[in-house]
Design a protein around this ligand. Structure first.
Ligand SMILES: [Zn+2]
Length: 294
C-alpha cells in the first residue's frame, strides 16, 4: 500500500527500534552505566512509551475498554509519581499513563491497559457507574489546568497518545472525557484551559458543529429547566436532584464545551451547544427518549 503517512510511521518505527537496539548494545558494554527505563514504541504512531514505577492501585480488568478519561495531577512530576504509585492504602490511586511537563514531554506508563487503574473514583457517564473498569486514564502534569495553560509540546504528545489509545480500543468520541465530566460537582480536572477544541479538530473526542450552534442560536428557543436537565442526562452527565444538581451539571458541561464562561446557568449559547452535541452524537437515544424536538 502506498500510503505516505503509514510509510512514515513504519520508517519511524524501524528507526526507533534500531536506535533502541543499538543503545541496548552500548549499555551492555558499559555495566557501570544505569540501564535506561524500558521503552516501547507505538506501532501506530511511533510514540515512545517509557515504563515507569508501577501503581499499586490496579486490579485485573473484567470489562472491555470503552472510555478514555483525562486528568491533571495538581502536583509536580516527582510528587505526582510518588502519589500515583498508590502506596497509601488509605487513598488507593493509580493511572495508566502520565504525560510529563518537561521541555520534551514524555509518556510514562504506570499500569498496563489490561489492568484497571483507580483513577475515576465515584463516577458515572450515560448508562455506566464507576468507570475504572471501562476506562484508560491519563494524568497530565499540571499544577492547575484552570490556571496554567498546557504547553503546545505537552498537548502534542497527549494528542498522539490519545489517538493511539482510541484507535486500539475503538473508543467513541462521546466517551473521551474529563474527570470533571464523570464526577460532576466533585472534580474540576483537566480544567478550563484544557484544549478540548484542538483535540476535537484532530478527530479526538466530541465537539459540536459550529454551523449547528449558530443555527440553534438564531432560533433562540431556550428550553425550560426540565428540558436542559433531560438533554444533559441524555448526553451522558449524571446529575444530582434539584436546582443545585442541575447547576453543577451545567458547570461541568461548560468546563468542557464553553470554558470561557463557567456560570452554571442555561444561557442560550450553552443550550445551543448542548442541542448540537445531542443531535450529532446521541440521535438514537434522543429518538428513544421521545423528547420534544431539539
Ligand atoms: Zn482527576
Amino acid at each position: 500500500m502506498n500510503n505516505p503517512i503509514w510509510s512514515y510511521y513504519v520508517r519511524l518505527y524501524v528507526l526507533v527500534i534500531l536506535t533502541l537496539f543499538l543503545s541496548g548494545c552500548a549499555t551492555s558494554t558499559n555495566p557501570s552505566k544505569p540501564a535506561a527505563p524500558a521503552t516501547q514504541v507505538s506501532k501506530f504512531t511511533g510514540l515512545p512509551i517509557e515504563q515507569g514505577p508501577s501503581s499499586l492501585g490496579a486490579e485485573p480488568r473484567k470489562e472491555k475498554v470503552t472510555h478514555l478519561i483525562l486528568h491533571y495531577t495538581a502536583g509536580t512530576l516527582p510528587s505526582s509519581l510518588d502519589i500515583l504509585q498508590g502506596k497509601d492504602h488509605a487513598h488507593k490511586v493509580g493511572i495508566h499513563y502520565v504525560v510529563t511537563d518537561e521541555a520534551t514531554p514524555r509518556v510514562i506508563r504506570m499500569v498496563p491497559e489490561n489492568m484497571s487503574a483507580f483513577h475515576a473514583g465515584k463516577s458515572g457517564w450515560a448508562e455506566l457507574n464507576a468507570l475504572n473498569q471501562r476506562s484508560v486514564g491519563i494524568e497530565i502534569i499540571n499544577l492547575d489546568g484552570n490556571v496554567h495553560p498546557y504547553s503546545a509540546a505537552q498537548a502534542e504528545v497527549l494528542f498522539t497518545l490519545c489517538a493511539d489509545i482510541i484507535r486500539r480500543h475503538d473508543i467513541k468520541p462521546v466517551n473521551v472525557l474529563g474527570h470533571s465530566d464523570i464526577a460532576v460537582g466533585r472534580k474540576i480536572d483537566p480544567g478550563t484551559l484544557f484544549p478540548w477544541a484542538k483535540l476535537a479538530a484532530l478527530g479526538i473526542g466530541a465537539w459540536p458543529l459550529p454551523d449547528e450552534v449558530k443555527a440553534n442560536l438564531a432560533k433562540s428557543k431556550t428550553p425550560n429547566a426540565v428540558d436542559v436537565r433531560k438533554l444533559l442526562e441524555l448526553y451522558g452527565y449524571h446529575l444530582e436532584a434539584g436546582e443545585p444538581g442541575l447547576k453543577l451539571g451545567l458547570e461541568a458541561f461548560q468546563r468542557h464545551f464553553r470554558s470561557a464562561k463557567i456560570t452554571g446557568v442555561a444561557d442560550s449559547e450553552t443550550v445551543a451547544i448542548l442541542r448540537a452535541l445531542v443531535r450529532r452524537y446521541r440521535s438514537e437515544e434522543l429518538r428513544r427518549a421521545r423528547l420534544p424536538k431539539v
